[in-house]
Design a binder for this molecule. Structure first.
Ligand code: IPE
Ligand code: IPE
Ligand code: MG
Length: 256
């Protein structure tokens, strides 16, 4: 996980990897008498702004939770609106991703998505795979428990023996293989839960909850969240005295 070339040169107090649970589009829309789909449209605009901002400040890994396995339980019209927005996003943002060195990746089951979405995603992933400046991971048709089961099955299929199943080996079978664990999880809209997001990778992530709905989450809000992260002291199980003495050997704790 630490051999990732995308992680080189990150400023010390900026997280290497931020993951966002973009929640509250529906309530935001309802509060203004709009449809849920209109809320998602406003949410898509916020995505563009946050990606632009994160690229500008030099964040190397950004993961956005866009559609969970459980979101298939939503009304069909809302699901269709979400996928239409995703197709628009891929079409309009591809030139920018190519220009700005952004590599698009998907965390989730791409093959379980509708054909046009699957095709557009595979094309965008292929075209941007040389992007070296930022990994933009869209969690789509994603669930952390399903991801963990998938990794387990794939290790069993490889015939690994129990002693070969290490944390590193396990991580290399997850969608996030090759990327550092998220340092910072942001959830908008007031809910304080993970909703089946990155359960293995979040072991030591710092959590940040804001009452703002996702469509109102501006780059200034992101800046505020990152300032909060920069003030935190991550300990990774050590005592404060050990950290103060600079006697840190746990990987990742030197981040700050
Ligand atoms: C987040 O907003 C977007 C997705 C889950 C796709 P919601 O649609 O969950 O908005 P609320 O939580 O109902 O307000
Ligand atoms: C989590 O939001 C999934 C995404 C942001 C895509 P939900 O709105 O689906 O989560 P719950 O149902 O409130 O936990
Ligand atoms: Mg929600």
């Amino acid at each position: 996980m630490s051999t990732d070339p995308l992680s080189a040169g990150t400023p010390s107090c900026l997280p290497r990897h931020v993951a966002i649970i973009m929640d509250g589009n529906g309530r935001w829309a309802q509060a203004q008498g709009l449809s849920r789909s209109q809320g998602h449209r406003a949410g898509a605009l916020a995505v563009r702004e946050i990606v632009t901002y994160c690229r500008k400040i030099g964040l190397r890994h950004l993961t956005l939770y866009a559609f969970s396995n459980e979101n298939w339980n939503r009304p069909q019209a809302e699901i269709s609106a979400l996928f239409t927005l995703l197709l628009d996003f891929l079409k309009s943002e591809l030139p920018r991703m190519l220009r700005e060195g952004i590599a698009l990746k998907v965390f989730g089951d791409v093959d379980g998505l509708p054909l046009p979405v699957r095709t557009a995603l595979k094309m965008a992933i292929k075209r941007t795979e040389q992007g070296r400046d930022m990994a933009l991971n869209l969690a789509l048709n994603y669930g952390a428990r399903q991801e963990i089961l998938r990794a387990t099955r794939s290790m069993l299929a490889e015939g690994l023996s129990p002693e070969d199943v290490t944390e590193e080996r396990f991580a290399s079978h997850l969608y996030s293989a090759g990327q550092p664990d998220p340092d910072f999880i942001i959830r908008t809209s007031g809910e304080q839960r993970l909703s089946n997001f990155l359960l293995f990778q979040c072991a030591y992530a710092e959590l940040y909850f804001t009452p703002r709905a996702w469509p109102d989450f501006t780059p200034a809000c992101m800046e505020e969240a990152l300032a909060d992260y920069a003030r935190r002291q991550r300990r990774f199980g050590k005592t404060q005295e050990q950290i103060d003495a600079g006697n840190s050997t746990v990987s990742g704790s030197e981040q700050k």
